[in-house]
Ligand binder design. Structure first.
Ligand code: HEM
Length: 226
């Protein structure tokens, strides 16, 4: 039993050493993070159903540690693996790049991975600040534990905070667009006819998702949430 496990883990480790292995890990962890974001935005939109609804939803999540903690652990592992694979793939790409290359296609791919690197880094900074803001309340000016409605409406009455969140959601849209597109490439979709259809679809998904997130701060600032 023990030796079967060690053979499996050795195989997995050597698969991870390859570029295909790291791309597969990026695709799977990216999908997990994307699905979690869908749940998160659905949770946030409950603010439009009133204070009681969103606070009840949050209370339910916090009162169910047997669901909350496994999800948090999966998220942390997914984020760590996603970043680790991204950095390793990027370094590999830079190392293998021919010196003085001028091919247009090559340049496009490198610009895209560079954009993914910095938008990903900026999103990581956002996530850390966002946790200190909305989860621990460390950088929130009037945080009340358990009162998500108050925490959101208080924060988003400040135009600077709204501007920062909207800016972060624009970065999220960019990252999701490239990420969703790369995901289909990792699945092996390389036919140019399909690719031309996938790009607008990935853009639409990314824009809808980021706009739904941005809707909450904008609606609060505009006075639509009481
Ligand atoms: C305008 C956009 C967003 C709003 C209004 C928002 C709001 C919130 C709120 C109120 C919480 C605390 C929930 C609670 O304690 O019950 C939270 C937690 C969290 N948010 Fe967001 N969020 C936004 C965007 C994002 C984005 C884009 C990400 C990731 C890229 C993200 C990642 C997280 C994480 C990781 C947590 C902690 C979840 C946990 O406690 O298990 N959020 N968010």
């Amino acid at each position: 039993m023990k030796s079967t496990m060690s053979v499996t883990s050795r195989r997995l480790a050597s698969f991870y050493q390859t570029a295909v292995g790291k791309k597969a890990v990026m695709a799977v962890t990216g999908l997990i993070l994307f699905l979690w974001l869908v749940l998160h935005v659905l949770g946030n939109l409950q603010i439009f159903l009133g204070r009681d609804q969103i606070n009840r939803y949050s209370a339910f999540l916090h009162a169910t540690p047997e669901a909350l903690w496994p999800v948090r652990i999966i998220l942390i592992v997914a984020i760590v693996l996603h970043i680790n694979s991204a950095v390793l793939l990027y370094l590999q790409k830079v190392k293998n790049r021919p010196i003085g290359y001028t091919k247009k296609g090559n340049r496009g791919a490198t610009v895209m991975s560079r954009t993914m690197m910095w938008s990903g880094f900026a999103l990581l900074v956002f996530i850390i600040l966002h946790l200190l803001h909305m989860t621990t309340g460390t950088i929130h000016k009037d945080f009340i534990a358990g009162d998500v409605f108050h925490n959101l409406t208080f924060a988003f009455h400040q135009p600077t905070v709204v501007a920062l969140y909207v800016l972060a959601m624009a970065l999220l849209a960019m990252h999701l667009y490239h990420g969703l597109y790369s995901f289909t490439q990792s699945l092996g979709v390389s036919n140019p006819r399909h690719t031309s259809r996938i790009k607008p679809l990935a853009a639409a998904f990314a824009i809808v998702m980021a706009s739904l997130f941005a809707l909450v701060p904008i609606a609060v600032l505009a006075g639509f949430v009481h």
